[in-house]
Design a protein around this ligand. Structure first.
Ligand SMILES: O=C(O)CCC(=O)C(=O)O
Length: 275
């Protein structure tokens, strides 16, 4: 059992995140990197843009990570025992590229209500201040949702370049993780990340997010998979568990799911970004 301790739960409630949590071995983390790099080689561009989403639908390796018991035990400590996977995303920052993530709150445009959900950021590579790890503004989850400016700026890895202004960077905590560790963060904590100034890629495999079965999607349609417990509310349609990598039938379902997700991401916006 790797349920979070009372101290970790208190920390999460107070700060809006908890880290680091050991969940995968170095080998398991490396297996994810190899899967990503295999896909990039065999299906160039498949993971670009909107393709970075729902990747657990086309790869048994990514799917297995979402069902990892150490991750689920920790998640259960925060959102209860009835857990669904409602999406995954790859946040990749290659060396020498200008990728960053502006300060934002996940709950702003995602339509998941109520906020009984948590995001698991799993380090596929080490993630540190040099290569642009996430930074959390501790305690910022306690306030209301903030205004976000939609900047659609180049290099921003967020859909709309949504940005909360005047975040005091010196008050933010760097989330330093070794490959195989994860952080968990709250739907309304303000977070972002800077440039990768290292010589290697920085990769996060992100379950975005684990939701309680009481969480509805109020802006559109999502596809879920059961992670643990019972789906009491049955709000969502289920996606299939992938049989092998990039199976043709799975790709059809993946494309459908990504299209629906894109509608949610850009609801109310007259412009679309890259993702
Ligand atoms: O990977 C990053 O740098 C940011 C990821 C993020 O914003 C998230 O997982 O909510």
């Amino acid at each position: 059992m790797t349920n979070l301790s009372d101290q970790q739960i208190n920390f999460y409630n107070d700060k809006g995140y908890v880290a680091p949590i050991d969940v995968l071995s170095i080998q398991e983390a490396y297996e994810i990197r190899e899967e990503i790099e295999l896909i990039e080689k065999k299906w160039p561009n498949a993971l670009e843009g909107l393709g970075r989403n729902y990747v657990h639908m086309i790869s048994p390796i990514f799917n297995k990570v979402c069902l990892n018991n150490k991750i689920l035990d920790a998640v259960e400590s925060l959102i209860g025992k009835n857990i669904l996977i409602c999406g995954t995303t790859l946040f990749i920052k290659n060396a020498k590229e200008k990728g960053f993530v502006s300060f934002h709150q996940d709950a702003k445009y995602i339509g998941l209500e109520p906020h009984n959900w948590v995001t698991a950021w799993i380090a596929v590579t080490d993630s540190n201040e040099e290569n642009g790890c996430m930074r959390m503004w501790p305690g910022s989850h306690k306030g209301k949702l903030k205004d976000h400016e939609q900047k659609f700026d180049e290099g921003n890895l967020l859909t709309r370049g949504q940005t909360i202004k005047n975040v005091p960077i010196e008050e933010t905590d760097p989330i330093v993780l070794k490959a195989g560790q994860m952080s968990l963060h709250h739907p309304t904590v303000i977070h972002g990340s800077g440039l990768n100034k290292s010589k290697d890629r920085r990769i996060g495999f992100v379950v975005q997010s684990y939701i309680g079965s009481n969480v509805d999607q109020v802006l559109g349609k999502i596809y879920v998979q059961k992670a643990r417990g019972e789906d009491i509310h049955k709000f969502h349609e289920y996606s299939k568990v992938p049989i092998d990598l990039m199976n043709k039938e799975d790709i059809i379902s993946w494309n459908k799911a990504k299209d629906e997700l894109s509608k949610i991401f850009y609801k109310g916006s007259n412009k679309k970004g890259k993702y």
